[in-house]
Write a protein that binds this ligand. Structure first.
Ligand SMILES: Cc1ncc(COP(=O)(O)O)c(C=O)c1O
Length: 425
């Protein structure tokens, strides 16, 4: 089957990185119909925490599908979904422990914004430049990682304001990390002073580690400073943990790297073991103001996704996945640091745990999105699938499965090394 023959039946809006038609996935590999094997460092965009078709997840899905696929969580209760909610509560920090299940990340973001408005009875939201939160109109409104995601959709949801995220691209040149932190916090204060009174702000929404925007790790002082501002003004802090959460940064939730507990967090991607699932998690007190019928879903909390989600957590627990992520993340970073020494076009290696990216730049320091595009193409020819990030598309993010081995990292970085060499020579 050739993608070209079917392309006309699909909307071009969904950008396609390759024309591969895949029939099978196993661990870190994808296979085409003809049996060609590709090393997958994308994993459904950081979805398959345990790789493709992990036997425990497959078993859980098959068993659950044979018993009950859905009867709507509105109408009746499903044991796997109840169990998953309890397990998320046990793993979540602070009082976070009350969950609303939905189907995809953007849907959870919309839910979190609605919850913050319902609880505070305030209209405004502050989000960050560089952030990505999804494609519904609500999630697109709070997204500012690329203007093309918003083009032609104006006017969007009202009363959304942006402050810069403390990345080097969004702050005045020459600032160090702490200066960027202070600058960005002062810009939130400026919003309060000039544009939106803090008592009108329902929530500040942030990715504790920025994903699509460039795998940017903010300074501790910034995340703690945002928490402090929220607490001072009765504003709810929402952490979008959809990409960074669920073990990827080496902690169960990315916010834990900063010792900060949000009031609401959104989960997605990894939680359904590859099936569509997302969640809004908050405290019983805040959730208590979301009265029956104020939000809803047909598919959310479906038992098959929940069974897969429980299998993911079973494996996390039985394999001490967080220790593994930290070890493999350190190993990967060390290997990438060697590549940085070797190639002057790699200007940065950054990240936490297995949420790691490298950045390509030209000799004059300008972003090398074109370098990445060439490297990506050669990587595909060499059977390695990669994904980029950042507004200029010059970041290469590693979204391997969390149970990745040294051997697989060696293979992938080896292909990358060879591909960069052929592009620059
Ligand atoms: C941080 C973050 N939030 C929200 C989303 C949107 O998730 P979905 O594509 O499942 O709607 C994404 C997707 O990449 C994401 O990375």
């Amino acid at each position: 089957m050739k993608f070209e023959d079917y392309k006309q039946y699909l909307s071009p809006a969904l950008a396609k990185a390759t024309d591969l038609v895949i029939t099978k996935g196993e661990g870190s590999y994808l296979y085409t119909e003809s049996g060609e094997k590709y090393l997958d460092f994308v994993q459904g965009i950081a979805v398959n925490a345990l790789g493709h078709c992990h036997p425990a997840v497959v078993k859980a899905v098959q068993e659950q599908a044979a018993n009950l696929m859905n009867a709507s969580f509105n109408l009746v209760n499903f044991a796997p979904t109840l169990k998953l909610a309890k397990r998320i509560a046990e793993k979540s920090p602070g009082d976070l422990g009350c969950t609303f299940f939905s189907n995809g990340g953007a849907e959870a973001i919309d839910g979190a914004l609605k919850l913050a408005k319902a609880y505070t009875k305030r209209p405004a939201i502050i989000a960050f430049e560089g952030s990505f939160h999804g494609r519904t109109i609500g999630a697109s409104t709070v997204t500012a990682s690329n203007s093309k995601y918003r083009k032609y959709y104006e006017p969007m949801m009202g009363s959304v304001y942006f402050a810069p995220y403390p990345s080097k691209d969004l702050c005045p040149k020459g600032m160090d990390e702490e200066e960027r932190s202070a600058y960005c916090l002062s810009r939130i204060q400026q919003l309060f002073d000039y544009i939106v009174a803090p008592e009108m702000v329902a929530a500040i929404l942030m990715e504790p580690v920025q994903g699509e925007g460039g795998y940017v790790v903010p300074p501790l002082s910034f995340v703690q400073g945002v928490r402090k501002l929220c607490s001072e003004h009765g504003i709810l802090l929402i952490f979008d943990e959809i990409q960074a959460g669920y073990g990827r940064t080496g902690k169960m939730f990315a916010g834990e790297n900063f010792g900060v507990i949000p009031d609401i967090m959104t989960l997605g991607k990894a939680i359904g073991g590859g099936l569509p699932m997302s969640a809004v998690v908050s405290t019983p007190k805040i959730m208590g103001e979301w009265h029956p019928g104020m939000h809803g879903t047909t598919f959310g909390g479906n038992p098959v996704a929940a069974a897969a989600g429980n299998a993911v957590l079973d494996v996390f627990e039985s394999t001490d996945i967080l220790t593994h992520v930290n070890e493999m993340g350190a190993y990967l970073k060390k290997k990438l640091a060697v590549l940085k020494e070797k190639y002057s076009c790699i200007s940065d290696v950054r990240g936490l745990g297995l949420m790691v990216a490298i950045e390509f730049s030209h000799e004059d320091g300008t972003p090398g999105g074109d370098i990445w595009a060439k490297v990506k193409q050669v990587c595909i020819e060499n059977h390695l699938l990669t994904l980029n990030c950042g507004v200029h598309g010059n970041g290469l993010r590693f979204a391997t499965c969390l149970n990745v081995t040294k051997d697989i990292l060696d293979k992938g970085v080896g292909i990358l090394d060879k591909s960069i060499e052929s592009v620059i020579s």
